[in-house]
Ligand binder design. Structure first.
Ligand SMILES: [Zn+2]
Length: 267
């Protein structure tokens, strides 16, 4: 039994298909899914899905890559969403410096510096709401691990974060664990050319990691390039257990314990 700790079930790719998708997940041993919001609208859809399905939970937040569409202050709306009993975390939130305005083909309304400032502000608002409500954070960072850790550190004694879709070095993983946080791994661990990620997973303590699909993205081998779905945690888990040199059952026990600790609102 595993949890898909990071899925985007509210995306149009899954419309009308949730019951079949839950069935396939259950057959694969994936008994619980956390649907992650990427804007207030997306978060509200995740909460709605969670309210209608026992084994779906929600995280509510605003993704840094959508910062330019965000209102100046999301805190009031986020608090309302986050108080739903099936909301188990704030996120995804964080920093993404991979696609800065200067790297885009279209002219941008903001400079790179302003874009980063707005992302940082949006991240801070979500950390604030998480602290208030005693929820942990689902953190997205890309090409910004240092900045994200720096912003996170002052809060690390109060809340925990999971740095999701982790592809960084073992050194960065160690820094994350040092601030009482976790990492989670996607189908990327099954990719042949992902030697670095496999090495990081091998080095990650068994009680500091969770598994996810990030579906509809990042389908594991043998589905690579296709639409991913929560059932694919099975392939992620099989490869992760192989890399760790343990049985799938032992991996299940460890990661499920971590899931219940990190998301205490889960029944
Ligand atoms: Zn995501």
């Amino acid at each position: 039994m595993f949890t898909d700790t990071h899925a985007h079930l509210d995306y149009p790719e899954f419309a009308w298909e949730i019951p079949a998708l839950l069935e396939r997940a259950a057959e694969a041993g994936i008994h619980r899914i956390i649907s992650i919001g990427t804007s207030l609208e997306s978060s509200a859809r995740a909460v709605d899905l969670a309210s209608r399905h026992d084994n779906i939970y929600a995280a509510v937040g605003w993704h840094p890559s959508h910062v330019l569409e965000a209102p100046d202050d999301i805190r009031a709306d986020l608090r309302v969403l986050a108080r739903h009993p099936k909301v188990v975390a704030i996120g995804e939130t964080g920093l993404d410096y991979y696609r800065l305005p200067s790297t885009q083909n279209q002219p941008s309304p903001v400079s790179d510096a302003e874009y980063k400032r707005r992302q940082s502000n949006l991240f801070e608002q979500q950390i604030e709401v998480a602290r208030e409500l005693g929820l942990n954070c689902v953190i997205h960072q890309r090409a910004a691990s240092e900045a994200a850790l720096e912003q996170w550190r002052p809060h690390a004694d109060r809340i925990r974060g999971v740095f999701h879709c982790f592809i960084e070095s073992a050194e960065v993983m160690t820094q994350i664990i040092a601030v009482n946080s976790l990492v989670s791994f996607t189908g990327i661990v099954t990719f042949k050319n992902a030697e670095g990620v496999k090495a990081t997973l091998a080095a990650t303590p068994l009680d500091k990691l969770m598994l996810e699909t990030d579906c509809p993205y990042l389908a594991p081998v043998p589905f690579r390039g296709k639409r991913s779905e929560p059932a694919h945690v099975q392939q992620v888990a099989t490869e992760a257990a192989r890399i760790k040199g343990i049985t799938v059952e032992a991996l299940s026990q460890a990661t499920e314990r971590t899931v219940r600790e990190f998301f205490p609102a889960i029944k």
